[in-house]
Write a new protein. Structure first.
Length: 334
């Protein structure tokens, strides 16, 4: 499975004490390295309860490589950490299938990892996952958000579902509704609740790298990107905005997917908490020069992304929040 992820710069063979990567063989001339680490959180509890382990590996890769690409970086290689009280080979193999699939989607090599058996540390059947990824970007193409200006557009890329954040609240809502993970999903026909909630995190890497490298852009194209994870749009987008700019988001710019409608209604979750806990249907946010919106949108849609215009950048003055959200009454009505 690991060898199926080989790419220029890494043969993805396992067994050594460490893995080499050759940036020159990958085509880089003056690269900056970008590193990240993340996990899947309590979504693992849903996978364990549902007995479905083949997609959380995709989640693990996605949570890391999506964080790399927002800085303009191409993911190069990935390592995983799998820990349990007692190794169940079929479970570990299923998880690894997902990790390898995520690496293939992202175009990075799975070069190694650690499998730890720790009796007494984990309950029977439980396991934990962590991932580590390194990417590279040419020095003059790194995205820092410094180029963001008032008048830029804010675009949102649709998520594939809950992704990998907010599952402590998801699990609480499921428990309060007295549904089992093998029950029919109330918001998705033809599947169980567990399978619907385990829809893997979307990996945006290849479409975004292509859009970043478009020829013929008028102003500079994509100026900043934010991966919408824990904290939602309101806490993640400010991380890539300069102090001179703020974002005005209009929630009427995209539909609230059925899974979030169900969570909001069943858990009686306040709108502010929804925005702070979940991606609410937007997994990636882009700040794009107004003159380049059409070209960037065409490129992303050609690669299968659903692109929504969700707001704009305005001057930041006074004590205004770095991100404000309006239009909830028009789009989310109670």
């Amino acid at each position: 499975m690991a060898r199926s992820t080989a790419r220029p710069g890494a043969d993805a063979r396992l067994g050594g004490f460490g893995a080499f990567f050759d940036p020159k063989a990958a085509g880089f001339k003056d690269p900056l390295l970008v590193s990240t680490t993340d996990g899947v959180g309590t979504k693992l509890k849903v996978a364990i309860a549902a007995g479905k382990h083949d997609t959380v590996g995709i989640d693990l890769v996605a949570m890391n490589v999506n964080d790399l690409v927002v800085q303009g970086a191409e993911p190069l290689f990935f390592l995983d950490y799998f820990a349990s009280g007692r190794l169940e080979l079929d479970v570990a193999t299923s998880v690894l299938h997902g990790i390898a699939e995520g690496c293939r989607i992202a175009g990075c090599a799975l070069v190694g990892g650690e499998t730890a058996e720790m009796p007494g540390m984990y309950a029977a059947g439980d396991y934990d996952l962590a991932g580590f990824a390194v990417g590279a970007v040419e020095r003059d193409r790194a995205l820092t958000g410094a180029a963001v200006r008032a008048g830029d557009a804010v675009l949102g890329l649709a998520s594939s579902g809950v992704h990998s954040n907010g599952f402590s609240l998801v699990r609480r809502i499921v428990a309060d509704t007295h549904l089992g993970y093998d029950s029919p999903a109330p918001f998705a026909a033809g599947t169980t609740l567990g399978h619907a909630l385990l829809e893997p995190t979307r990996i945006y890497v290849k479409p975004l790298l292509k859009a970043l490298r478009l020829d013929g852009l008028k102003v500079g194209g994509i100026k900043a990107m934010a991966h919408i994870t824990g904290g939602g749009i309101v806490e993640n987008l400010p991380r890539v905005l300069p102090k001179t700019a703020r974002a005005e988001i209009d929630a009427a710019g995209w539909p609230l997917p059925p899974v979030f409608q169900w969570l909001r209604r069943s858990g009686n979750v306040a709108d502010a908490e929804m925005l702070r806990t979940f991606n609410c249907g937007i997994g990636m946010v882009l700040v794009v020069a107004e003159a380049d919106v059409a070209a960037v949108t065409r490129s992303l849609e050609a690669d299968g992304e659903r692109v929504h215009r969700i707001g704009s950048i305005v001057p930041h003055a006074g004590d205004a929040a770095a991100v404000s959200v309006t239009g909830l009454d028009r789009s989310w009505g109670r």
